[in-house]
Design a protein around this ligand. Structure first.
Ligand code: C2E
Ligand code: MG
Ligand code: MG
Ligand code: MG
Length: 290
């Protein structure tokens, strides 16, 4: 004990081994967050919220994106921007991803039985592909809830495509062959978006919300993306639509789908049907006549 103490004491005089108290606190905070996340996953405390995706031509609800929420008993809501990367680092993303797919399938099956003919899109991290989320197991899960393959879409980012080209191509090809739709998320934020669209056959691109937020100043980029994806035969979802002026511009540009706080924030499953009804009456009424 004496020597351990001595060396620790000695370390403090060595510039490379000096620890700031805040840094130690951060390390401790991170370690506790990891333990809490493990427990939350084990006890199935992570909950899916659902955010409407609206068909801008009809004004009607088309689908919903499943977004994970973690309500921590002491810390309050922890953002997925924090706990998803953490889950990836500590090897929890596989289990989380299986829970998410299972919950999303159960929920959309329930809504479709009640006559709400929508799909749910599920976010997939690069580290889930392919071992943690093989195409066969996705199809099995869909099957177990009696779902058609078009009831689930999978959202991937460029990170998925960059990690291993042939693995990603195979994974996408198998799922598309089975009828699932693949969405390219956060489009425009990466490095080689354009070339990816040629190399990886996809169904839909989701224009990143940063571009939609800039639209009041300059909408040439969004306009170009919509034109280009249209000529490639791809659908477009505009993410982060917050203002009516953005919606008007997007419609004028021929953007197919929109998602954002203007329509609805992500809501708990229990509140989704009421949200869907509101959108289908309100937005449907505001649709420009053809
Ligand atoms: P994402 O897939 O790009 O999801 C869209 C994000 O934009 C969501 O943030 C959503 O709440 C937010 N958003 C939607 N409309 C608006 C708007 O009008 N304005 C603004 N400012 N934001 C809007 P959220 O829920 O915090 O999720 C953040 C990211 O965490 C997601 O980005 C996704 O990358 C990741 N994520 C969430 N759930 C999952 C999951 O189940 N699995 C995986 N692998 N990643 C997930
Ligand atoms: Mg997404
Ligand atoms: Mg996105
Ligand atoms: Mg994102």
């Amino acid at each position: 004990l004496g020597s351990a103490h001595a060396s620790r004491h000695g370390a403090q005089t060595h510039p490379h081994l000096f620890f700031h108290p805040e840094l130690l606190q951060q390390v401790e905070y991170r370690r506790r967050l990891e333990d809490d996340l493990r427990l939350a996953v084990e006890q199935r405390e992570l909950k899916l919220f659902f955010q409407p995706i609206v068909d801008l031509h009809t004004g009607l609800l088309a689908g919903a994106e499943a977004l994970l929420r973690w309500q921590h008993s002491e810390r309050g809501a922890v953002s997925p921007e924090v706990f998803i990367p953490l889950a990836e680092r500590i090897g929890l993303i596989g289990e989380i991803g299986r829970q998410v797919l299972d919950d999303a399938c159960r929920q959309v099956a329930h809504w479709r039985r009640d006559g709400l003919e929508i799909y749910v899109s599920v976010n997939v991290s690069a580290s889930q592909i392919p071992e943690e989320l093989p195409p066969e197991s996705i199809l099995e899960t869909l099957n177990s809830y009696g779902l058609p393959s078009h009831a689930i879409a999978l959202e991937i980012t460029e990170g998925v495509l960059m990690s291993n080209v042939s693995v990603a191509q195979n994974w996408i090809a198998q799922l598309r062959a089975a009828g699932l739709r693949i969405y390219l998320d956060d489009f425009g934020t990466g490095y080689s978006s354009l070339s990816y669209l040629k190399r990886f056959p996809m169904d839909t691109v989701k224009v990143d919300k940063s571009f939609i937020m800039d639209m009041n100043d300059d909408h040439t980029l969004v306009d170009a993306i919509i034109t280009m994806t249209g000529s490639l035969g791809l659908n477009v979802v505009a993410e982060g639509v917050e203002e009516a002026a953005q919606l008007d511009l997007l419609r004028a540009m021929g953007c197919g789908y929109g998602q954002g706080y203007l329509f609805s924030r992500p809501v708990a499953a229990a509140d989704f049907v009421a949200t869907a009804k509101r959108i289908n009456t309100e937005m449907g009424r505001h649709t420009a006549s053809p």
